[in-house]
Design a protein around this ligand. Structure first.
Ligand code: ACO
Length: 365
């Protein structure tokens, strides 16, 4: 078969591009397993530190701990030079790149690099968030878990334990999700024998897009824009009629309800101080699912993780402009675990493309 006859899968939809032992994403049944463990059980009984160790080392260690790591002075200098109006994802991407330059990270990817990068990222983001407010960054406290340590560095005070637990749950849910765009980008980069920091820089770039990780902040905007619950249906119909997308709905793989959305919805329900916002979100969800089913009867578009991520992050008190970068913090465990897995497979990822440009011709005289 020549390449003009070979079938193309736009966006690689449905293409199986490798193997992984990290997560089973069962889109039809709405199941997500981390190395075999259902996400609902993991969130109920685990911590992000345990999830990260599970992904990196295939052990479920009840004693696992992971605290925020230091921000090297050179990286802080870089963060101080980023304009205060910059997007937090751009700041985090830049910080990880600078961290890689400082540490001179090399092939092959290692568990130590994975731990250090995952621990560094929350401190870097908290430092940027403070600097843009004209505040000095705060040193990480090694006795606190990643979520609690991040919130403490952000605000200069220990968070309410329920908020720390809710953010830790969010981190667990966001940790890993198969060959999504950002993870695939990380694997492509590491497949060239480039380093883990470069892979995470590329992954953050991919996650920045609203079709991937930028949705929760837009969920908040949309819920705000549509006005009261009575106005929601008209607003939703108008949005779909203009060919625009409803944020927090739809997924490339899930045709059933996203199990991560279900797990986060339970976490959101336990955040009593965010009750009004959550009540509106749940009422709007019901209307949106009904209208989407009418709009695309043959293509199930259900609630995705970002919808209730917005509820949890809002409840924790994070500003929406930090939502995508907070998702990136969570995904560090998965990205780096995929780098380790790709390092073991050790094959260059390099697909073919069909050329559809002009036939051979001479340059204009
Ligand atoms: N609102 C309205 N229409 C939608 C939505 C949505 N949320 N999602 C899909 N559709 C429609 C598309 O417009 C398209 O219609 P068409 O065939 O008439 O052009 C059809 O459904 C199929 O869309 P695709 O983009 O081809 O399908 P896919 O399933 O790959 O889309 C995606 C997945 C990109 C996430 C999409 O559902 C979307 O844009 N959702 C909104 C953004 C969002 O919530 N992103 C977060 C995803 S979760 C995550 O990345 C962690």
């Amino acid at each position: 078969m020549n390449d003009a006859q070979q079938a193309i899968a736009p966006g690689l939809k449905g293409v199986v591009a490798g193997e992984t032992a990290l997560a089973l994403v069962d889109g039809g049944a709405g199941r997500l397993l981390y190395r075999g463990y259902p996400i609902g059980e993991v969130v109920e009984h685990g911590t992000y530190a345990q999830v990260a160790e599970l992904l990196w080392t295939d052990t479920w260690d009840p004693e696992a701990t992971l605290a925020c790591g230091p921000v090297p002075a050179e990286v802080l200098d870089v963060l101080r030079r980023i304009p205060t109006h910059a997007n937090a994802m751009d700041a985090l991407r830049t910080a990880v790149s600078a961290w890689g330059a400082v540490h001179g990270v090399l092939w092959p990817p290692t568990v130590e690099q994975a731990r250090a990068l995952t621990a560094f990222a929350p401190s870097a983001l908290a430092a940027f968030a403070r600097l843009r407010e004209g505040l000095e960054p705060i040193e990480p406290d090694p006795s606190l878990g990643l979520a609690e340590g991040f919130l403490t560095q952000l605000r200069g005070a220990r968070p309410d334990p329920a908020a720390a637990r809710a953010l830790d749950a969010y981190f667990m849910v966001g940790a890993e999700h198969g060959f999504n765009a950002s993870t695939f980008a990380a694997r492509v980069i590491v497949s060239t024998h480039s380093d883990m920091a470069s892979a995470v820089v590329g992954a953050i770039g991919a996650l920045k897009g609203p079709w991937h990780g930028g949705a929760p902040a837009e969920v908040v905007d949309q819920l705000h824009e549509m006005g009261s619950i009575d106005q929601a249906e008209d607003w939703i119909r108008g949005t779909l009629a203009r060919g625009e997308r409803l944020m927090g709905f739809g997924h490339r793989v899930y045709r059933a309800y996203d199990p991560r959305a279900a797990a986060l919805r339970r976490v959101a329900e336990s955040q009593s101080h965010a009750a009004d916002w959550l009540e509106k979100a749940m009422a709007v969800e019901e209307i949106a699912l009904r209208v989407l089913a009418e709009f695309k009867p043959d293509y199930p578009i259900k609630t995705n993780v970002e919808y209730y991520a917005a509820a949890v992050l809002q409840g924790v008190g994070l500003p929406p402009n930090l939502f995508p970068a907070t998702f990136a913090l969570a995904r560090h465990a998965g990205w780096t675990a995929h780098c380790l897995e790709q390092g073991e497979v050790d094959v260059l990822i390099r697909p073919d493309v069909r050329y559809v440009g002009p036939a051979e011709r001479s340059l204009p005289a």
